[in-house]
Design a protein around this ligand. Structure first.
Ligand code: AQP
Length: 336
């Protein structure tokens, strides 16, 4: 069976972009794939994290997966650091990744900012760890947002480099799975910037646990332009905020952009925003409530994560043993 691997960093403030761009798609995929959904805590520490916040955010991300409809009996849900194979394989793959490949990664340049010499080695080798995440399970498909496409291409290159180096067809080259609507949800304050957990303005994003009043307020305050909504997709060009809100509406309603525009052609933003807020609350409200219920029962969440870790290790350990054998590491079973 084809296998999916994907994950989210437990870095707080899970938002509508994480839901529409990732989690919601996973719920659909679990019917047709063997799915491994990770909470990538090792990735999270590539930037400084407060330990208690990292722990609670790990549970919150697990709660979001489950509350949104990812079935823990059917899918493997766990946090990355509980499967040592991720770090172990990252080392092997890092040894065969040319620096030139990593130097092309745009996310490092964005996240390291101007103080590149002060950025950690982990932030630089982030894409190698991501390749290890996927290849450890020999995942065949990876649902990715636009922002992760470059990293997935690198994972394919690294898989190919390993296979060539050892003269094997060991790793499948993972295929990207890109979804149609709202693959990129933009900030409510600036339609040219991605909605992001780390944006200092809470009004830039709709958090998955925001209550109804907060969701409505954030949408009312969302940046727009003075024109009414257009009647065609062409009319959205050069109007990033209008385009973003229409895309969010379309994604939440499960319709195309054209259908959303047909409903609101000529309408003022005030009228549209009211409908958008109602829709957002009707979709996110029950998920946010279930997340809060799960987070209030940490033992239950921890038990789900422990079960997921056991399942993930059961796949990862034999793969890692095969990889070490191919690479030529002497293992205890070789001893006489
Ligand atoms: N704005 C977005 N629109 C659509 N999809 C998004 N994703 C994130 N933001 C949007 C998708 O969510 C998944 C997990 O992302 P992540 O937590 O691993 O890291 P990220 O992409 O860096 O997420 P954030 O929210 O933007 O966090 P910060 O601010 O910490 O960088 C991915 O599948 C991603 O595509």
């Amino acid at each position: 069976m084809n296998r999916i691997f994907s994950g989210i960093q437990p870095t707080g403030n899970l938002h509508l972009g994480n839901y529409l761009g990732a989690i919601r798609n996973w719920v659909a995929l679990q019917k047709d794939f063997d799915c491994i959904f990770c909470i990538v805590d090792l990735h999270a520490i590539t930037l400084p994290q407060e330990p208690a916040a990292l722990r609670s955010s790990t549970r919150e991300v697990a709660a979001a997966y489950i509350a949104a409809g990812v079935d823990p009996d059917h899918c493997t849900i766990f946090n990355q650091s509980t499967v040592p194979g991720h770090s172990q394989l990252a080392w092997v793959l890092g040894c065969m990744t040319p620096l030139g490949w990593l130097n092309r990664m745009t996310q490092f340049k964005e996240k390291a900012g101007k103080q590149r010499d002060m950025a950690g080695l982990g932030l630089y080798s982030y894409p190698v760890l991501m390749a290890a995440d996927i290849l450890l399970y020999k995942a065949t498909h990876v649902p990715v947002g636009e922002d992760q496409k470059q990293h997935l291409e690198l994972a394919r290159d690294i898989a190919g480099a390993f296979n060539r180096a050892y003269g094997v067809e060991y790793f499948p080259l993972p295929e990207p799975q890109i979804f149609g609507t709202a693959t990129r949800v933009m900030s409510l304050r600036d339609g040219t910037k991605k909605m992001s957990k780390s944006d200092p303005s809470d009004y830039s994003r709709i958090n998955m646990t925001d209550d109804a009043d907060t969701v409505a307020l954030k949408i009312r305050r969302a940046k727009t332009d003075p024109l009414p909504l257009p009647d065609s997709v062409e009319g959205l060009s050069e109007r990033p905020e209008a385009e973003n809100l229409i895309d969010i509406y379309a994604a939440l309603a499960g319709v195309g952009r054209e259908a959303a525009l047909a409903e609101f052609a000529g309408a003022q933003f005030s009228q549209f925003k009211e409908r958008l807020a109602d829709l957002a609350v009707s979709v996110l409200g029950p998920i946010g409530a279930e997340m809060k219920r799960l987070v209030a029962a940490p033992d239950h969440v921890d038990a789900i994560l422990a079960r997921g870790a056991a399942r993930a290790n059961a796949v990862a350990e034999p793969h890692l043993a095969e990889i070490y054998e191919l690479v030529g590491m002497l293992r205890p079973q070789h001893a006489r």
